[in-house]
Every structure is written in C-alpha cells, then in structure tokens.
Ligand binder design. Structure first.
Ligand code: HEC
Ligand code: HEC
Length: 111
C-alpha cells in the first residue's frame, strides 16, 4: 500500500518535470493575414525553442511579450519603434539579424 502511494507520487513528480522542461515549438504569427498578403510576405514564424536556448524566460515575459499565444498585437511599426521583436536588445541590435531581412521571420508560405 505504502509502496503504491510512493510510486504514484514519484510518477507524478517525474511527469510534472517532463512537462515543465518541454520546449515550445514554432509559434506562427498570422492574425494580420490581410496586411501580410498586401505586403507580399508570408506569416512570421517565431522559433520559441531556439530563443529558449539563448535567453531566460523573464528576458521576454512579461516585459516584451505576454506569455499567451495571440495576446501580443505585433505590427512592423511597433517592431521598428523598438517594441516586441524590434526591442533594442533583439532584432534592432547587432546581436540578431535586422528587421529589414523580412524573409528571415516571414518564413511561412504566402497565403
Ligand atoms: C525571445 C523571447 C522569448 C523567450 C526567451 C521566451 N518566450 Fe515564451 N513566448 C515568446 C513569444 C513571442 C510568444 C508568442 C506570443 C504570442 O503569440 O503573442 C511566447 C509564448 C509563450 C507561451 C504561450 C504559449 C501558448 O501556446 O499559448 C508560454 C507559456 C511561454 N511563452 C512561456 C515561456 C517560458 C516558460 C520561457 C522560458 C523557458 C519562455 N517563454 C521564453 C517569447 C519568448
Ligand atoms: C524579427 C522578425 C521580423 C522581421 C525581420 C520582419 N517582420 Fe514583419 N512581422 C513580424 C511579426 C511577428 C509580425 C506579426 C504578424 C501577425 O501577427 O500576423 C509581423 C507583421 C508584419 C506585417 C503585418 C502587420 C503590419 O505591421 O502591417 C507586415 C505587412 C510585415 N510584417 C512585413 C514585413 C516586412 C516587409 C519586413 C521586412 C522589411 C518584415 N516584416 C520584417 C516579424 C518580423
């Protein structure tokens, strides 16, 4: 009985830590579909896992991005004025490729 309980506790802790350490995959930004189409670029793909490898969660959350899919109203105007992807530590700095390299972010096929 006690053994079963111990085993159950052990298993739930193991499962929790696996769930916790799993990296998020690619997040597609495509809610501005009409303007993307007009500009002739595809949706932007944000490789979350790749950014997790380089930065800490609180480098981005919550000060640059809310940690909820679709909760950030990202536009190029905001990116260019230093918000979101265009933060001065990020794609508006020598640390990462610049904002004019459109196709490095807008990687998904045009719709
Ligand atoms: C370089 C910036 C950056 C870093 C570092 C980062 N995130 Fe995120 N995260 C984002 C962006 C961008 C989104 C997408 C937000 C959106 O869709 O508007 C996101 C989304 C999320 C979401 C929502 C996922 C969903 O499906 O709704 C969670 C949860 C999250 N991040 C947790 C984390 C955790 C935990 C870490 C650290 C291990 C982390 N993030 C590191 C930028 C980052
Ligand atoms: C660092 C990544 C990144 C780069 C580089 C980038 N974008 Fe974006 N862009 C985004 C994200 C993220 C969005 C949000 C898309 C959405 O939510 O639909 C966006 C939105 C857009 C939109 C729709 C919203 C708006 O502002 O009208 C257009 C059009 C656009 N980008 C064009 C471009 C063009 C043209 C370039 C190159 C000059 C470019 N982008 C470079 C990440 C990037």
């Amino acid at each position: 009985m006690a053994l079963k309980l111990l085993l159950a506790i052990f298993l739930s802790i193991a499962m929790l830590s696996i769930a916790h350490s799993a990296k998020l995959g690619d997040i597609v930004f495509d809610d501005k579909a009409a303007s993307l189409k007009k500009a002739g670029v595809g949706p932007a793909v944000f490789p979350h896992g790749k950014h997790e490898d380089i930065y800490k969660c609180d480098d981005c959350h919550p000060k640059i991005f809310k940690d909820k899919r679709g909760a950030n109203d990202v536009t190029m105007q905001k990116n260019m004025s230093g918000e979101f992807c265009g933060n001065i530590e990020c794609h508006n700095s020598p640390k990462a490729f610049p904002l004019y390299q459109c196709k490095k972010c807008h990687t998904e096929k045009k719709k």
